[in-house]
Write a protein that binds this ligand. Structure first.
Ligand code: COA
Length: 437
């Protein structure tokens, strides 16, 4: 069954289910909110819905119920490859079903058909300073695509809010089809004298991205497929997902919503951490070299902490164990680059950093997250322009947040509008508030 038909077959049952949950249980309490959560980034407040994935603090992410090892095992692979194809994870996120090989081929073909980036978008990027941060260029590139939004056209033509998922789906498919070209264009322009590489229509989405970036080693195509699967989604409350969802809730189209989400991903506490990790590791390496844990390495970590900075790549707002996305990348390294010097430094830090964070006693999670590992593999394949790493993350994250956006419109989710309070108001309320049981 074609992807869109499959999606259509899921809409009605899901809508009925949601409607009956709201009707029968709509006034039941999901979460209490205490004063510190209002100031503390709403950590742990259960107040939003995301269908595509769910994060368990101990176990890590599950995409539509499937863990990362399960996805790596069950998702279709490219001919001769062993890594899961991003088209497959998109199918899973969007429909909730594992795809067949044919399902994946259909998505590759659909994205290929839609992949031509209009000239004015590339010209718009050309007008930017090449040394403008790649994430800024990426966000602008996404916005420039907005000119052709079908969602806007249909909305202006008058459409029921329950049919909005359809033009949203069309925009999402086109946007995803074009993202690798935009990202690779920015990369080649910023770091390779603007020597652009034409897409190869024979390749799958991830491999074509690797090809357009100009990395020759064929292993990089496999890495790219894995990378694009691993970073795709991390439930609804993280900054990039929540921002995309929030902006979309105003019936802004997929281009506005994703561009906004990418601006959130560009923050150093979120996606930009992967570039910061590499910078930090290189500084550490320059200062101390590789080798086994030593007092000096521990001291360098303490210097970072005592300087009021965070150790990038460690800690998480929800996770309380080593990130399975870190583990999957570590396994890739053990297979393809076990003797790489930087990989050894990353492994060493896995021994050194957690006990230090525990000793410092602040971070709730002393273990590494996805960003602690991704940059090192990029360097191995010659992509050592750290500033670009968050764009790679963004191309992947688009798979999850855009699938979510289609479902937001399919389920008719409302405009987001939580209630804010002033500190003066909170002060006037606290005497009567009960402490959490
Ligand atoms: C991810 C992150 C933003 C989560 O923040 P959070 O939910 O507030 O985390 P916690 O509740 O554990 O934070 C409690 C304290 O520990 C600190 N902490 C958390 N992780 C830390 C780290 N890696 N290094 C140093 N301190 C850290 C926080 O800054 C906070 O300090 P404060 O009380 O002085 O404000 C945080 O762990 C971080 O900054 N990590 C480094 C950046 C990074 O890797 N980001 C990518 C995430 S996927």
């Amino acid at each position: 069954m074609p992807l869109k038909d499959k999606l259509i077959s899921k809409l009605d049952p899901m809508r009925k289910e949601v409607k009956s949950i709201i009707k029968e249980h709509g006034n039941k309490l999901l979460s209490d909110v205490v004063v510190s959560q209002a100031y503390g980034g709403m950590r742990g407040v259960k107040c939003m819905v995301c269908e595509t994935s769910e994060l368990d603090p101990e176990e890590g992410i599950r995409f539509r119920g499937f863990s990362i090892p399960e996805c790596c095992e069950k998702l279709p692979k490219a001919p001769g490859g062993v890594q899961p194809l991003p088209e497959g994870i998109f199918h899973l996120l969007l429909t909730g079903d594992l795809p067949t090989e044919d399902d994946v081929k259909e998505i590759t073909e659909e994205w290929r058909k839609r992949s031509a980036v209009p000239d004015y978008v590339l010209k718009g990027i050309d007008a930017l300073p090449p040394d403008l941060h790649p994430m800024t260029q990426f966000s602008i590139g996404i916005l420039l695509l907005q000119k052709e939004s079908i969602f806007v056209e249909k909305y202006q033509g008058g459409i029921s809010k329950y049919d909005l998922w359809d033009p949203m789906y069309e925009d999402v498919m086109t946007l995803l089809a074009r993202l690798p070209r935009i990202a690779a264009y920015i990369y080649r322009r910023a770091y390779h004298d603007n020597k652009q590489i034409d897409p190869d229509p024979k390749l799958d989405w991830g491999a074509n991205f690797a090809h357009m970036m100009g990395v020759k080693n064929p292993q990089y195509k496999e890495l790219m497929r894995l990378y694009l699967v691993l970073h795709c989604d991390h439930e609804g409350g993280n900054v990039s997902a929540h921002t995309t969802h929030l902006v979309g809730s105003a019936f802004s189209d997929a281009f506005y919503s994703l561009s906004a989400g990418m601006n959130g991903l560009a923050g150093p506490l979120h996606g930009l951490a992967n570039q910061e990790v590499l910078r930090w590791i290189m500084q550490l390496k320059e200062k101390l070299g590789g080798g086994v844990p030593t007092k000096e390495q521990e001291k360098a970590c303490w210097d970072t902490l005592n300087g009021g900075q965070v150790i990038p790549g460690y800690g998480h707002a929800v996770l309380r164990k080593t990130d399975p996305r870190y583990v999957a990348q570590r396994e890739f390294c053990l297979k393809y680059l076990p003797d790489d010097e930087l990989f050894k430094v990353v492994s060493l830090l896995y021994d050194v950093v957690p006990p230090i964070l525990v000793k410092q006693g602040k971070a709730k999670n002393p273990w590494p997250n996805v960003d602690a590992h991704s940059g090192v593999i990029q360097v191995y394949y010659g992509v050592d322009e750290y500033d670009f790493y968050t764009v790679l993350f963004g191309v992947s994250r688009a798979l999850g947040v855009l699938s979510g956006l289609v479902w937001d419109r399919a389920l008719g989710l409302s405009l987001e509008r939580p209630k804010s309070l002033t500190t003066k108001r909170i002060k006037s309320m606290v005497a009567d508030l009960k402490p959490k049981a």
